[in-house]
Write a protein that binds this ligand. Structure first.
Ligand SMILES: *[C@@H]1O[C@H](CO)[C@@H](O)[C@H](O)[C@H]1NC(C)=O
Ligand SMILES: *[C@@H]1O[C@H](CO)[C@@H](O)[C@H](O)[C@H]1NC(C)=O
Ligand SMILES: *[C@@H]1O[C@H](CO)[C@@H](O)[C@H](O)[C@H]1NC(C)=O
Ligand SMILES: *[C@@H]1O[C@H](CO)[C@@H](O)[C@H](O)[C@H]1NC(C)=O
Ligand SMILES: *[C@@H]1O[C@H](CO)[C@@H](O)[C@H](O)[C@H]1NC(C)=O
Ligand SMILES: *[C@@H]1O[C@H](CO)[C@@H](O)[C@H](O)[C@H]1NC(C)=O
Length: 294
């Protein structure tokens, strides 16, 4: 009988994720109670996304800390590409923060640039490197404190996946296995797994491996140069293409009842569409639009 392993997997999922996995703000919101997340699905090209991060941090004077650690290079200089993008678009106070050593990440000296930061940006690469360097350290606490004081946490590709509570593609052997040897992210978006580069790389079926094994997890897959912007329970798609939602349900602006999706399903949200992370359903606004033109 398959029933017993399925039930025990579901039970494990509930017990493993019922407790918050980081020491964040005590809140019942899925996203941050204060501040914003800007979660970008890789290949961040659009100035309007960089500008949105600067603006959510508080404008050009807001201190922004760029964390390139996922990239795996031996060293990083002040002119790391993401820092150049922020400066080119007007940010005046951009600092690079990097170590692979959790003992260093747990020192007051290392954490100092974060103490007044209003923005954090995690660059791309392999998301488990962020966990190995910062999980459980003063640096991880200081990241959360940026949100608590109303700032923004942002990141692209690996820097998107790290923001979920379940770390998608956290495998040290490579970027293909969606359930790897690291499965706990920084958890700014609770009870979620976040994938990236989804359409460009035809990854749209991969998140089912997580949602089958951990049925209480919400799957969110973000395409390139597109962001999901989150405050409390409200998420809005911003950027060029689409965000895919794996909440067990289905939605179409044309009329969900007209569709006949398979049992395992996902659906697309376009820029401007909004999603209620608490209710796990699309927020219908006048801007949502119908599928009226034929
Ligand atoms: C979180 O807040 C709730 C409601 O205010 C409270 O019952 C609970 O004890 C708090 N948990 C922690 C870990 O502070
Ligand atoms: C950057 O922000 C920090 C923290 O507020 C501040 O101490 C520092 O003077 C600022 N640097 C510049 C160049 O504005
Ligand atoms: C960064 O680029 C600026 C402008 O090109 C240059 O003056 C500066 O020396 C560079 N800094 C580093 C650490 O490479
Ligand atoms: C979370 O908070 C508890 C209680 O304050 C503490 O013992 C623990 O070390 C913290 N964990 C992390 C990852 O900071
Ligand atoms: C999903 O699980 C199947 C079965 O274990 C495995 O063959 C496949 O590689 C997994 N896919 C991903 C993207 O991890
Ligand atoms: C939405 O459209 C309806 C009908 O046109 C209108 O009455 C309502 O004020 C609109 N709501 C908003 C928030 O614009």
């Amino acid at each position: 009988m398959l029933l017993i392993p399925i039930l025990s997997a579901a039970f494990f999922a509930v017990t493993a994720f019922a407790q918050p996995v980081t020491n964040g703000t005590n809140t019942t919101y899925v996203g941050p109670e204060n501040g914003h997340l800007v979660i970008v699905g890789g290949n961040l090209q659009s100035d309007k996304i960089w500008e949105r991060i600067i603006s959510l941090a508080g404008g050009p004077d807001a201190p922004i800390v760029v964390v390139p650690t996922a990239g795996g290079e031996s060293t990083y200089g002040a002119n790391f590409s993401a820092a150049l993008s922020f400066r080119r678009l007007g940010a005046k106070n951009v600092t690079i923060l990097h170590t692979y050593d959790p003992e260093v990440a747990n020192t007051d000296d290392f954490v100092a640039p974060l103490l007044k930061a209003k923005g954090v940006y995690f660059g791309g690469g392999r998301q488990w490197r962020l966990v190995d360097a910062y999980a459980g350290t003063k640096t991880e606490k200081a990241f959360q404190a940026v949100l608590d004081r109303g700032g923004v946490i942002s990141g692209s590709s690996a820097g998107a996946s790290i923001q979920g509570s379940f770390l998608a593609r956290g495998d040290t052997a490579g970027n293909q296995a969606i359930i790897g040897d690291h499965i706990v992210g920084f958890g700014y978006l609770k009870n979620t797994a976040i994938d990236q580069h989804v359409l460009v790389r035809n990854r749209q079926f991969d998140l089912f491996n997580i949602t089958r094994k951990y049925p209480d997890i919400l799957g969110v897959a973000i395409d390139e140069d597109t962001a999901l912007i989150v405050h409390q329970n409200e998420a809005e798609v911003f950027g060029s293409t689409y965000v895919l939602i794996y909440d067990g349900g289905f939605w179409s602006r044309e009329g969900s009842e007209l569709k006949n999706p398979p049992a395992e399903r996902f659906y697309f949200l376009r820029p401007g569409d909004k999603y209620d992370l608490g209710a796990r359903q699309v927020i219908i606004t006048n801007a949502t639009g119908g599928g009226d033109d034929e």
